[in-house]
Design a protein around this ligand. Structure first.
Ligand SMILES: Cc1cc2nc3c(=O)[nH]c(=O)nc-3n(C[C@H](O)[C@H](O)[C@H](O)COP(=O)(O)O)c2cc1C
Length: 370
């Protein structure tokens, strides 16, 4: 069941009358179809699941799985839209970003007798991003407004939108405010808020659902950092770094908008850029509350710091004999993670052939670790 906030901006749900306060036992609220909804869930809320759920609740508003415009316009209509009368009130959720295609699909949904058309502006999957719909449309309120307007003009059914609070690290209230204002002006009266940011970069939809922001577990940050620093060192084949207690304090205070994945990335980065074995506040990037002033994009500054520290150390190895393998390991591990372990894809990301990548993995002792 969904715990989404259900933001109603007027609309088709309630009677619109004030609650009756004359009955002695307090106000009797009007029946609001969206008070209890079952969220749209891919691979779950098909017609059979919805029929079953209707036996449990006679009134809950039921949502279909997301159906893409392509699937509806070119696929098996009955399979996607067929449903039992017992399922009312029921909405069909669409995924798409082309006004004309969405209008055509809204007509099909209306023809089948659904009670509402819902547009998905929340799905973070890579496949959906490639199709340029789902959560990435939070950044394109004008296009979403065009889609909603086209659907409102095509059918008499209520057109609703399920959206996110933000995308990636954008937590600015202005983003969601502007989005809702522009889409409401196009005719949407009910917004269903999936009250999380969608992390579009680096997280699968499953991770998007299951990993909470790290700031909700501040007490774990020290221990997690120790663990991920060790893991990063292991991946890169170098000695693990430790955090000075001042640096640990700074990391604990940082606001961590992302989840544990953000910390994993920080640990990998610090393993490469921190000058000594112990990570000091000076090594922490500015955006994390540290005092390093260079923008994070300029990684060569960190490299220069590292080189200076190496040269200052007695019995330092020639710089390139340490730095080159670490450089290659870092890029290989990052590309493989990005490609979810697929070597051909990772090789392309690196600009190598697959054979070169395989050889490098062996040479650098990464076999079995990546
Ligand atoms: C298995 C699964 C599939 C989902 N599929 C969809 C979907 O097709 N469309 C959609 O808008 N949301 C989908 N969601 C998100 C849910 O509708 C809902 O917003 C979310 O689970 C709320 O929980 P949360 O706040 O813990 O993220 C899915 C969620 C799960 C768990």
């Amino acid at each position: 069941m969904s715990d989404d906030a259900n933001v109603r901006a007027g609309g088709h749900g309630g009677s619109g009358k004030a609650p009756d306060e004359s009955a002695g036992r307090g106000p009797v609220p009007p029946f609001l179809p969206h008070r209890l909804c079952v969220a749209p869930m891919m691979d779950w809320t098909d017609r059979h699941c919805r029929f079953f759920l209707r036996q449990i609740s006679p009134q809950a508003f039921l949502y279909s799985e997301m159906i893409t415009t392509g699937a509806l316009l070119h696929g098996d209509l009955e399979r996607h839209l067929g449903f039992d009368d017992a399922e009312h009130p029921v909405a069909a959720q669409l995924g798409g970003s082309e006004p004309e295609a969405l209008a055509a699909c809204a007509r099909l949904v209306a023809g089948y007798g659904y009670d509402e058309v819902n547009l998905n502006i929340g799905c973070p999957s890579e496949r959906v991003q490639k199709g340029a719909f789902g959560a990435c449309l939070m950044a394109e309120p004008g296009l979403v407004a065009d889609c909603v307007r086209a659907m409102c003009e095509a059918v008499a059914l209520p057109i609703t939108v399920k959206h996110r609070l933000g995308i990636d690290r954008i937590e600015d209230y202005g983003l969601v405010c502007d989005f809702v204002a522009r889409v409401a002006a196009a005719g949407c009266r009910t917004f269903i808020v999936h009250a999380r940011n969608a992390m579009l970069k680096g997280l699968s939809p499953k991770e998007n659902r299951t990993l909470p922001p790290l700031r909700q577990r501040r007490e774990d940050i020290r221990e997690l950092t120790r663990f991920y620093l060790e893991q990063a060192a292991n991946e890169l084949g170098v000695a693990p770094k430790t955090l000075s207690s001042e640096a640990a304090e700074v990391l604990q205070k940082y606001d961590w908008p992302g989840n544990v994945r953000e910390l994993v990335n920080v640990c990998r980065r610090l393993t490469v850029t921190a000058a000594g074995r112990e990570i000091a506040v000076q090594d922490l990037p500015h955006e994390l509350g540290g005092v390093t002033t260079q923008p994070s994009a300029d990684w060569t500054m960190g490299l220069a710091q590292w080189a200076e520290a190496q040269l200052a150390a007695t019995a330092a190895q020639p710089l390139l004999s340490d730095a080159l393998p670490a450089f290659e390991r870092t890029l290989i591990v990052t590309a493989l993670r990005r490609a979810r372990g697929k070597r051909l894809e990772a090789a392309k990301l690196l600009g190598w052939g697959r054979n070169t990548l395989t050889r490098k993995i062996k040479e650098l002792g990464l076999e079995g670790r990546v």
